[in-house]
Design a protein around this ligand. Structure first.
Ligand code: NVA
Length: 308
């Protein structure tokens, strides 16, 4: 049987994303079968984590499985030991590998050599579990996905990439406002445009935050400096100075539009102080939904797979 990895949002189709979201809602209501009983998962992290680490650890336990956390200092993928060797060793013990890596190439190497599913817990290219949990949150709050419009303001980064793919696969329109030099990657845009042609969603790129958020259903932002880019922080603060999401910008969206952020937030940079407490903010629902969504995702990716 061919191993199915989840490295990109686009490893699932639009219908599969909707099924996982519906399954997550069932699990959120308290119905979590112990589908991972007798199974173990490695949680291999090269970068710090709060939400992803805790929500995956608890998700595995609630499904009856056993999580084994490997911290950034422990393994040294590509330094102490090559990604291919790490993958070939881990899959002799565990039934799945949840990995957070600096480079997406490390994730691809792990997947290439792993005989168990590898799940992307954030790389420099994508953050697919975050995007799916966000779409669960939008579905819960708005009662639908198709036909809604999400505007992302800021860096065309891993989070933006995964949101664009999730939107274009599920019929959600996607606007993005980024400063010159920080636009979304051409390859992701090309992939998104292909999906959008079948789902009917529209993708709109602009340099103007006000234009991006006008009359949209969801306003989304993320940090200007992602993990691994700390040396560029000052340069980025200057480049993004007109791209803060604040009450004034949010007021240009539809009445009752959601404000979203994957956290951690830098208050006073990409988000104005206090905006997380605005009644339109659903950031802590997003954080909670990581748990429910990842349980449904693990059930889909792992429940039927058997370690060789
Ligand atoms: N773009 C951010 C997301 C953190 C959840 C980063 O990669 O650091």
């Amino acid at each position: 049987m061919e191993i199915r990895h989840f490295l990109s949002v686009s490893d699932l189709g639009g219908e599969e994303i909707k099924q996982v979201i519906k399954q997550a809602l069932v699990m959120k209501r308290g119905d979590t079968p112990r589908l991972l009983a007798g199974k173990a998962l490695a949680l291999l992290f090269e970068k710090p984590s709060l939400r992803t680490k805790v929500s995956f650890d608890i998700a595995v336990q609630q499904l009856g499985g056993h999580p084994v956390y490997l911290s950034p200092a422990e393994v040294g993928v590509g330094k102490r030991e090559s990604a291919s060797d790490v993958a070939r060793v881990l899959c002799r013990y565990v039934d799945g590998i949840v990995a957070r890596t600096f480079s997406h190439r490390t994730l691809l190497a792990l997947a290439e050599y792993s005989s168990v599913p590898v799940i992307n817990a954030l790389s420099d290219l994508e953050h697919p579990c975050q995007a799916l949990a966000d779409f669960l949150t939008i579905y819960e709050k708005k009662g639908r996905l198709s036909g809604l419009t999400l505007a992302f303001v800021g860096d065309g980064n891993n989070v933006a990439n995964s949101l664009l793919l999730a939107a274009s696969l599920t019929g959600v329109n996607f606007h993005i406002a980024s400063p010159p030099g920080y636009e979304i990657k051409k390859e992701i845009l090309g992939q998104g445009r292909e999906f959008a042609a079948s789902s009917g969603s529209e993708i709109c790129l602009t340099g103007e935050p006000g234009e991006a958020v006008k009359d949209v259903d969801v306003v989304y932002t993320d940090v200007w400096t992602s993990m691994g880019q700390e040396a560029e922080a000052e340069k980025r603060r200057l480049a993004f100075s007109g791209y803060q999401v604040n009450e004034k910008l949010l007021s240009l969206a539809k009445e009752g539009a959601l404000f979203m952020h994957p956290l951690p937030a830098h208050h006073g940079e990409e988000v104005s102080p206090g905006l997380l407490d605005n009644p339109q903010s659903v950031v802590f629902d997003q954080a909670e939904n990581r748990l429910h969504l990842q349980k449904a995702l693990l059930a889909k990716m792992l429940a039927s797979s058997n370690r060789e």
